[in-house]
Design a protein around this ligand. Structure first.
Ligand SMILES: Cc1cc2nc3c(=O)[nH]c(=O)nc-3n(C[C@H](O)[C@H](O)[C@H](O)COP(=O)(O)OP(=O)(O)OC[C@H]3O[C@@H](n4cnc5c(N)ncnc54)[C@H](O)[C@@H]3O)c2cc1C
Length: 429
């Protein structure tokens, strides 16, 4: 089979079929812009609570990062909690960390309640040290999490790592049993169907071009016509563009890429990663990988920083296969069947943000950590909007920064510099 430049997960999934979707209504109580995990989770909750809600999506339902990701539903935030605590203090950090643990329960409850067949399993995650110093840092982190947050993780020295992974390249690891894996496209399809069952209407090919404040709410001009809304929630992630200029200036779109091999059989898969964990390493230019339900190695990384194009996908496929075989020489003759890319939403502070800008609600900035947290924040912001408590959410308690010196207006000219900087950091630390 030749390489398919498409998302493997989508080949396992039936998204809501377009015939069953609705024409754009003239108005809704609330319009959600972007049909990814947080947008659909919010729409489901809003509809359950009796709000009329329309979800507008520029492409197809679940088209963005939400069905292209590694399917790792992880504890914690993008940044290490000790760093978050140094910035924002203990109490807020505790709230954010507790929320990250709660987000796994939220996913589990929704999957079970809505009977979403997406392979959700609490297989835990394995963080791996690329250098001896990384393992020392992990030991400190494990101790810190246990002392400060009562959260138990387990460090694994290099001599015992074979019990977790059949690779010789790492210097130790850390296991967190709370994290889980899902098939992300099946999950996002299930969320979309659940939102639809609750009464939300879903509108693909309805890119929002402009949002105007009018008396009593907002008027949205879209590719598919106009719609009026009392309130608007934006969840456009790394694909945030000119329709919401204040948000666009706060989000850097960064590419991440994944390959999937041919199926290698259960025995071989269990030999390589015995507990079927969600695995990632400690580098800035990190690799992340896991097995699919049909035992393909799904192997991702930030092989290029630019968002996906046919040429970045092809280049990344080559780089990722090389990295994969370096880690697992056992896979040198295994064919790569799929390669794809997606765009992450990185804020300048690498923290998730929810709140209100120019009167419009938003939840975004997941920086590669949005499968579980995006589900949770979607649900929480829906409740907070209806209860008038968005400003009290912990993610609204710290500023949502613009670029230093205002040097960014939505064109990420500095991505090659960030890429270079990360490579230097990986050499130094
Ligand atoms: C390759 C990759 C791997 C990742 N791996 C993981 C992982 O393993 N674990 C994890 O937790 N997170 C991971 N992430 C991040 C995770 O996928 C996201 O944080 C999460 O899906 C939340 O996505 P979102 O809905 O905010 O954005 P998206 O899923 O990108 O959705 C945004 C949607 O908004 C739509 N849109 C944009 N502008 C408009 C407009 N004007 N009008 C209408 N619609 C619009 C887009 O078409 C898009 O469908 C990964 C991301 C990528 C790209």
């Amino acid at each position: 089979m030749s390489l398919k430049e498409k998302v493997f997960w989508l080949d396992t999934t039936v998204m809501p079929s377009e015939e069953n979707l609705h024409d754009l209504p003239a108005k809704a109580d609330l319009v959600v812009v972007g049909a990814g995990i947080p947008g659909l989770s919010a729409a489901r909750q809003l509809a359950i609570r009796g709000t009329s809600v329309a979800v507008l999506e520029a492409e197809t339902i679940g088209w963005g990062a939400s069905s292209r990701n590694g399917g790792m539903a992880l504890t914690g935030l993008k940044l290490d909690a000790a760093l978050v605590e140094a910035r924002y203090g203990h109490d807020l950090t505790r709230q954010l960390f507790d929320d990250s643990i709660a987000s796994l329960n939220t996913v589990e409850q929704i999957v079970s309640h809505e009977q979403i067949d997406c392979g959700f399993a609490r297989t835990g995650h394995l963080l791996l040290a690329n250098k001896p110093a990384h393992y020392e840092a992990m030991q400190k982190e494990a101790e810190w999490y246990s002392q400060h947050f009562n959260h138990v993780t387990r460090t694994v020295p290099r001599s015992e790592l074979q019990g977790e992974i059949a690779s010789q390249v790492y210097f130790g690891g850390l296991v967190d049993e709370v994290s889980a894996g899902v098939n992300p496209a099946q999950y996002v399809a299930g969320l979309a169907k659940a939102a639809g069952r609750a009464g939300a209407t879903l509108h693909p090919h309805a890119r929002v071009l402009q949002i105007d404040k009018v008396s009593g709410g907002y008027q949205l001009r879209t590719q598919g016509g106009e719609i009026a809304a009392s309130q608007v929630l934006v969840t456009t992630g790394g694909y945030t563009k000119t329709a919401t200029p204040s948000l666009q200036k706060r989000i850097i779109p960064i590419g991440s890429y994944i390959i999937a091999t041919e199926p290698i059989g259960e025995n071989m898969a269990r030999r390589l990663i015995p507990h079927n964990r969600m695995v990632f390493d400690y580098k800035h230019f990190l690799n992340y990988y896991r097995f699919s339900a049909d035992h393909r190695m799904v192997f991702g990384g930030r092989a290029a920083f630019f968002p996906e194009t046919p040429s970045t996908i092809r280049d990344s496929a080559r780089i990722l296969q090389h990295e994969m075989v370096h880690i697992f020489p056992q896979l040198k003759d295994v064919k790569v069947e799929y390669a794809w890319g997606g765009t992450l939403d990185f804020p300048f502070d690498q923290m998730p943000h929810t709140g209100q800008l120019d009167g419009i609600y938003y939840t975004l900035g997941f920086a590669g950590h949005g499968v579980a947290l995006g589900t949770h924040l979607g649900l929480k912001i829906a409740d907070a909007i209806l209860d008038g408590k968005v400003a009290e959410m912990p993610y609204a308690a710290y500023p949502f920064p613009l670029a230093p010196l205002g040097l960014y207006n939505g064109n990420p000219w500095f991505l090659p510099l960030i890429g270079l900087w990360h490579r230097i950091l990986d050499i130094l630390y």
